[in-house]
Design a protein around this ligand. Structure first.
Ligand code: VGL
Ligand code: ZN
Length: 237
């Protein structure tokens, strides 16, 4: 930076500092009555100490709790697998977690056993504080089909019913947060776009698994699909 650029930068921040709060708030994304916060899979298995722990996964909780205060409408999801689920490496003799296999519906990453129905690992984090959440949607409960997406299972055709629910409730703008950025968050955001919804992913309210380049690929796919990548500070909450 040369001296002129430094002075310009200082000048701009000085002007922003003098701007009335209302003017600054105008740059923020307003949450309206068509908006819904979709909180993906903030469950013990994905938090530190869990069987499929996402690095720093617990750091999303305070961010989600803070932004959730600005939303009248919140939907949460729970990954909810049967014991012996097809997505578990333990269901495929000789296979290890994070290997990829071909199933009838396509490629499947194999995972450590996680989020088995009714277990403590499948429970939502006790630190979530979103009393107004109106729907907890469970997914991945068919033994032979995975479901990263909150909308459509991995076979690409079995619906969870969420698109119809949002339509019936008049909720057309979806803000996605939670775990993991590159799997359930990304697949949900992509399907939200397919359902014709205005879709935002709140990056600092998510953390990724990042196996075999999955995180960079997820952001590229979301960008291409018109998913808007924002920070929690972009929201008027
Ligand atoms: C998830 C892998 C397996 C997720 C769920 O919530 O992103 N990832 N099952
Ligand atoms: Zn799962």
């Amino acid at each position: 930076m040369n001296r002129r650029q430094i002075l310009e930068t200082i000048g701009i921040s000085a002007i922003a500092g003098l701007m009335p709060a209302a003017a600054r708030a105008a740059d923020k994304i307003a949450i309206d009555d068509k908006s819904v916060l979709l909180v993906i899979d903030v469950q013990n298995c994905f938090l530190p100490g869990g069987s499929l722990a996402v690095k720093d996964g617990d750091q999303v909780v305070p961010v989600i709790n803070r932004i959730a205060k600005g939303f009248a409408n919140v939907v949460m999801t729970q990954d909810w697998h049967t014991a012996g689920h097809v997505s578990f490496a333990s269901s495929h003799p000789g296979k290890k977690p994070f290997e990829v296999i071909d199933l009838s519906y396509g490629k499947q990453v194999l995972w450590p056993d996680h989020c088995v129905q009714g277990t403590e690992g499948a429970a939502l984090s006790k630190d979530l504080s979103i009393p107004q959440a109106e729907l907890i949607l469970r997914k991945g409960f068919h033994k032979d089909v995975d479901s990263y997406s909150a909308f459509t299972e991995a076979d690409g055709k079995t619906s969870t019913g969420l698109a119809k629910y949002l339509e019936a409730r008049g909720l057309r703008r979806v803000f996605v947060a939670g775990l993991a950025t590159d799997f359930c968050v990304a697949w949900s955001a992509l399907d939200a776009r397919k359902a014709g919804l205005e879709t935002y992913v709140v990056e600092d309210a998510c953390r990724g698994i990042d196996t075999q380049g999955s995180l960079a690929k997820a952001w590229a796919d979301m960008d291409k699909a018109g998913v808007k990548r924002i920070q929690s500070s972009d929201l008027a909450v």
